[in-house]
Design a protein. Structure first.
Length: 131
């Protein structure tokens, strides 16, 4: 989870092997306050059952088209979500997150959290240098 305003990583969750992001979100014990907006991609269908204040893009109906209004709202949501996608890109610079993990599974969460902490520390350094 990422704070959209600051770009800081708030918390992390992971699963065993290949698991969909939404399944990891559902099985994790992380729950959001009701006033926090949750942004997801098209794979997060059904998130409204878990968190009412959430937004996902509208999917094109089978054999149909999206209206201009729906396309516009999808583009606006993508402009907001891009912050999180850029953070994913920054984290995947560490090859341990982009390649197959071949070490002990017990240590993966520790290493992932350390990488997230390094990212947050670098973010803090950049803010203090520019100030």
């Amino acid at each position: 989870m990422v704070d959209q305003a600051t770009g800081e990583i708030i918390c992390t969750a992971h699963g065993k092997g290949k698991q969909h992001d939404f399944n990891i979100f559902k099985t994790s014990k992380v729950r959001l306050k009701e006033d926090i907006e949750c942004l997801g991609d098209k794979g997060y269908q059904g998130i409204h059952k878990i968190h009412a204040f959430s937004r996902i893009p509208k999917k094109k109906p089978r054999g149909g088209q999206l209206s201009l209004e729906e396309k516009k709202s999808n583009q606006e949501l993508a402009k907001v979500r891009i912050v999180g996608e850029h953070i994913n890109r920054k984290l995947k610079i560490f090859k341990i997150l982009s390649d197959r993990y071949r070490n002990r599974r017990k240590r993966f969460s520790l290493r992932f959290n350390l990488i997230a902490a390094l990212y947050n520390y670098e973010l803090l350094l950049n803010k203090t240098e520019s100030a």
